[in-house]
Ligand binder design. Structure first.
Ligand code: ATP
Ligand code: MG
Length: 434
């Protein structure tokens, strides 16, 4: 009987091998072990580099008061208008699943008194985000972001630092062919004149624009530059450029940033159409895009938001950050073959023949783990089935215990990749594997 494979897939044709009528919600996915290992590898690199730059980890709630996102992400943005998961909880409070990390981190900065500690405060997060989008390659309804925020410092050196951190992360996955796009969208002082110039420029073409772009033109003029609609594209090259409208202070900030990037050897392209929609976004904006896709599949985007903390009720406080899509980086890194999986760890399956051996195996598995070796007790089946199981869980070794081994106080160790086996005392086993 031992050779019969009882897995449902072996007994019934694949197409009707469906044990449940439930499916993961559209735009979400199950991340199975191989994928999750890749993702954790990416997350480890992000966390290690962030720590190296002096950023400390933070985690904020998955949902927040809906008003937080109206105030920060912005009522007139696509995210808030079309993409949020918003619901009333059983207490009648309107909550929203976090579509991005910055609002929660800034709220925590104020609510938890981080603004009273020595500035700047450097934070990073790795958290899932939720947006009701049309699912497609690299675009999901639940996705993860690695992001950083540096709060309380307006020096352009910190803009360069944040961009360098982003660059080092991508570089470590061999993504040195990505393009860094940068722009400065100025400050509160220079913004009105620039918006006037943009409105004047687009006004004669307003009728030919899509309804979405007409709305952007009225409510969130900067965002027209960001539009992906075909009608707008030919108008963009001649549109007024924000860097021609910078105040003296913003111009100085911009020049200093570019000098720092040059000094760090970080290549960039100035993109005059790169923007953030809202008033509290100021000065530096940047994105990293892969070579073939330009702005359609941005991997990482960030910028300065000097007005945001004040918008949340805090003292005027500068801030800058970025967010990187984990799925998009994993996909790019896989394409390039630059994901290094950690060396295969020694994992032992403790196989047992008979009740006494099983009890002995239970203790041996525990001993192995305490000695730092991963160990799994074989399932209560025949030896061959246990060894098949060892292969399916990627075990490197099997330890076999039967009545003889108990009598002699030994075990049989089988190296599953070599197929060799030998008998030894428990003490030698621990020494050999440890
Ligand atoms: P896009 O233009 O692709 O919609 P965005 O401007 O909405 O991007 P941001 O809000 O700046 O994106 O988010 C930063 C990063 O998060 C993006 O560059 C991307 O890598 C990732 N990202 C954004 N939305 C999604 C999504 N729906 N699925 C997967 N990753 C996403
Ligand atoms: Mg989007």
């Amino acid at each position: 009987m031992e050779n019969v494979d009882y897995r449902p897939s072996a007994l019934v044709p694949c197409s009707i091998d469906v044990m449940t009528s439930f499916q993961a919600p559209r735009g979400t996915t199950d991340i199975l072990p191989d994928d999750q290992r890749d993702r954790l590898a990416v997350q480890r690199v992000c966390a290690n580099l962030a720590e190296k730059f002096g950023y400390a980890p933070i985690l904020t709630p998955t949902f927040e008061d809906s008003d937080l996102f109206l105030r920060t992400t912005g009522e007139s943005t696509d995210i808030v208008q079309k993409e949020t998961y918003t619901f009333d909880d059983r207490g009648g409070h309107s909550l929203t699943l976090r579509p991005e990390g910055t609002p929660g981190v800034c709220r925590a900065y104020l609510e938890r008194g981080l603004h009273n500690t020595p500035q700047p405060v450097r934070l990073y997060y790795i958290m899932p985000m939720y947006r009701f989008e049309r699912p497609q390659a690299g675009r999901f309804r639940e996705f993860w972001q690695f992001g950083v925020e540096a709060l309380g410092d307006s020096d352009p050196a910190i803009d360069a630092e944040v961009i360098e951190l982003a660059w080092r992360v991508l570089e470590s996955f061999g993504m040195t062919d990505v393009t860094l796009l940068v722009n400065s969208i100025g400050d509160a002082e220079s913004r009105p004149a620039y918006l006037d110039a943009l409105r004047d420029y687009f006004a004669p073409h307003a009728d030919s624009l899509s309804p979405d772009d007409q709305r952007r033109l009225r409510e969130n003029t900067l965002r027209v530059l960001d539009s992906k609609d075909e009608e707008v594209q030919p108008l963009l090259p001649d549109a007024p450029k924000s860097i021609d409208y910078l105040s003296d202070e913003s111009k100085e900030h911009w020049n200093s940033l570019l000098q720092s990037l040059d000094a760090l050897g970080i290549r960039y392209e100035i993109d005059h159409t790169l923007v953030r929609g809202l008033d509290y976004y100021t000065r530096t904006v940047f994105e990293f895009v892969p070579p073939d896709a330009r702005r359609q599949s941005t991997i990482l985007a960030g910028g300065r938001y000097d007005g945001l903390i004040e918008e949340l009720g805090g003292q005027p406080t500068p801030g800058i950050g970025f967010a990187m899509g984990i799925e998009r980086v994993v996909a790019e890194a896989k394409k390039r073959g630059t994901l290094t999986s950690p060396d295969r760890r020694t994992t032992v399956l403790v196989a047992h023949i008979g009740d006494a051996a099983k009890a002995s195996g239970l203790r041996l598995a525990s001993e192995l783990r305490r000695a730092g070796i991963a160990a799994v007790l074989g399932p209560p089946r025949g030896l061959r089935s246990q060894l098949r199981y060892a292969t399916s869980i990627d075990a490197t070794h099997a330890v076999i215990i039967g009545d003889d081994e108990i009598a002699n106080d030994t075990v049989v160790l089988r190296d599953l990749s070599q197929g060799e086996q030998s008998e030894m005392s428990r003490g030698s086993l621990l020494e050999l594997l440890g």
